[in-house]
Write a protein that binds this ligand. Structure first.
Ligand SMILES: O=C(O)CCC(=O)C(=O)O
Ligand SMILES: [Fe+2]
Length: 200
C-alpha cells in the first residue's frame, strides 16, 4: 500500500464514500495539552468484546462519554456513557462547526503503544442511522489508518493520522469501506483517538 500525502478539502476516497482530513486542526501546543489531560481525566478501562463466539480483551483502553440515558455498543458489548466533561465539550464544539452536525456521543480509544490496535470494522450500528457522520480526532504519535472496500478487499487506501488532526467520515463510507489501525513494531509512544458519533 502506498502512503498518500494529503491536505484538507479533497475526498480521500476514490469512490463510494467521503472522507476529509484536516492535519493541523488543533495546533501543537494545544494538542500536547489535550493529550496529557485526556490521559489523566478520562475513565479508561480495558474491556472484553465478543469475537467469533469468544470473549477477548480489546487490544487498547476505551471509554464512552455522551448524552445521559442513551447506551451504545459494538461487537456484542453495550456501554453506558459517562457524562460530558468540559474537556470533551471543548473538542466537540470545535469539530461540530466543520462537521455541521451535533454529536451525541464520543468513543475514546487509548493506544498505549504500537502493540495496541483496532481490527477491520465498519461503524454501521443501526442506531447511527443510514449514512453516519463520524468525526475522528487524534492526539499523540501518528498511526497508520487503513481503508479497504467491503466487497472487494483488494481495494485499499492508507493514511497517517497525525497529532492534532481531524478526520471526517460521511455519506456511504460505512456501507462500502472498512477501516483499521494496524499494530506496528515501529511505533512506541501513546496515541488517543476520539470518534464522535450521533445516535439517532
Ligand atoms: O483510532 C482510530 O483512529 C480509529 C478508531 C475507530 O475506528 C473507531 O473508534 O471506530
Ligand atoms: Fe471505526
Amino acid at each position: 500500500m502506498n502512503m498518500q500525502s494529503i491536505g484538507s478539502g479533497e475526498n480521500l476516497l476514490p469512490e463510494k464514500g467521503e472522507v476529509f482530513y484536516y492535519p493541523y486542526f488543533f495546533d501543537k501546543s494545544q494538542s500536547n495539552i489535550f493529550l496529557e489531560r485526556l490521559i489523566r481525566e478520562i475513565n479508561w478501562k480495558q474491556e472484553p468484546i465478543w469475537m467469533f463466539g469468544k470473549q477477548v480483551m480489546q487490544p487498547r483502553l476505551t471509554a464512552l462519554y455522551g448524552n445521559e440515558g442513551i447506551s451504545y455498543g459494538y461487537s456484542g458489548i453495550k456501554m453506558e456513557p459517562h457524562s460530558w466533561n468540559p474537556l470533551l465539550m471543548e473538542i466537540k464544539d470545535a469539530i461540530e462547526k466543520v462537521a455541521q452536525t451535533s454529536f451525541t456521543h464520543v468513543l475514546l480509544n487509548y493506544y498505549r503503544d504500537g502493540q495496541d490496535s483496532m481490527g477491520w470494522h465498519r461503524d454501521n450500528e443501526p442506531e447511527l442511522g443510514l449514512n453516519p457522520v463520524i468525526g475522528s480526532v487524534s492526539f499523540g504519535v501518528p498511526r497508520k489508518f487503513q481503508f479497504r472496500q467491503y466487497h472487494d478487499k483488494t481495494v485499499k487506501k492508507e493514511f497517517l493520522l497525525e497529532h492534532g488532526s481531524f478526520l471526517l467520515m460521511k455519506e456511504e463510507t460505512q456501507h462500502h469501506w472498512e477501516h483499521q489501525i494496524p499494530k506496528s513494531k515501529k511505533v512506541h509512544g501513546p496515541r488517543i483517538n476520539l470518534t464522535f458519533r450521533r445516535i439517532q
